[in-house]
Design a protein. Structure first.
Length: 306
């Protein structure tokens, strides 16, 4: 009797599970990475290169005629009184608008978290509506309302006050633009603060109440400290929004009167519109550096406490 010995085929070595998971992860990340590369990374690098040249609209037909000027565009920017004024306007918008937006959002979040039991969802929708409302339509309504013969002045006239020409007064136009920004963005702050409030356990407040802490004591010693991470996020988010403010001054006042509401983003847009691509790119990078600097300062100030 002869015994047959079967041939044994060697098993293919299995890939490590971690390698497969990494490949799958990169597969899912590939669409976002491609979009980010095409629409963010490459344009950013190109804009940085443009900011170091004297590229203008007329040079697009002759790209090899563009000269490398180094930091000359940045020097010209900080010698331009218009750009310096627009930096100051943007800083005023941020310094006033961010606290007002955060304060309004926090107050409404407190009311929705504890003070309103019925129709809470409806109130959330109403308060968040400005965030998703078309800004062009809203700006047209605000321009009519704050016109010399608009709704606001009619209401003031009804109670015996003569209303000013809001949008044509350099001292009053900026407050109106800031008010529009606050109205448009307080819903974001409200939703984030409300999420932070609802993440705080009710047992913490019950324990504080048993220890004799009133509403003010609970707000000061429990709510505010435990909301510091949320406060940091809201502060950075709104600051980034407001440092890049464009829609409100452009649609409401077109940067006027006398440039009193023109922002850095609007300055960058105007430089691009007249074909000063090098100057426009340099202005955009100054704005980017300012956003990064302010964000780092905010993280340094609030993160250790949070």
């Amino acid at each position: 009797m002869t015994a047959t010995v079967g041939t044994v085929t060697p098993r293919r070595a299995a890939r490590p599970r971690g390698v497969r998971r990494t490949a799958v992860a990169w597969l899912f990340l590939a669409p976002f990475a491609l979009v980010f590369l095409l629409y963010t990374a490459i344009p950013t690098v190109a804009a940085l290169g443009f900011s170091l040249t004297d590229l203008r609209g007329a040079d697009l037909r002759h790209p090899f005629a563009v000269d490398l000027v180094g930091l000359e565009n940045y020097v010209r920017l900080f010698q331009d009184e218009t750009f310096l004024r627009d930096i100051l306007n943007t800083v005023v918008f941020v310094a006033v608008g961010v606290p007002l937006t955060m304060g309004t959002g926090f107050a409404l979040a407190l009311v929705l978290d504890s003070g309103i039991r019925r129709m809470r969802g409806a109130f959330r929708t109403v308060f968040f509506a400005p965030v998703v409302t078309n800004i062009v339509a809203v700006a047209l309504i605000w321009r009519y309302a704050f016109n010399a013969n608009g709704t606001v002045n009619k209401v003031l006239g009804a109670v015996g006050f003569a209303g000013p020409n809001w949008l044509d007064d350099p001292n009053l136009a900026m407050p109106v633009v800031i008010l529009l920004g606050v109205w448009r963005n307080f819903g974001i702050a409200m939703v984030l603060f409300l999420a932070g409030l609802q993440a705080i356990g009710r047992d913490v407040y019950e324990a504080a109440s048993l220890d004799g802490a009133g509403r003010w004591g609970q707000l000061r010693h429990i709510t505010l400290p435990l909301l510091l991470p949320t406060t940091l996020m809201v502060s950075v988010l709104l600051t980034v929004f407001y440092l890049q403010v464009f829609d409100e001054p452009y649609l409401l006042t077109d940067g006027g009167p006398l440039g009193s509401t023109e922002s850095m983003a609007l300055y960058t847009y105007r430089q691009f519109g007249v074909g000063e691509f090098g100057m426009s790119s340099a202005a955009s990078f100054v704005m980017l550096l300012l956003v990064a600097l302010v964000s780092v300062v905010q993280f340094r100030m609030l993160r250790p406490r949070a």
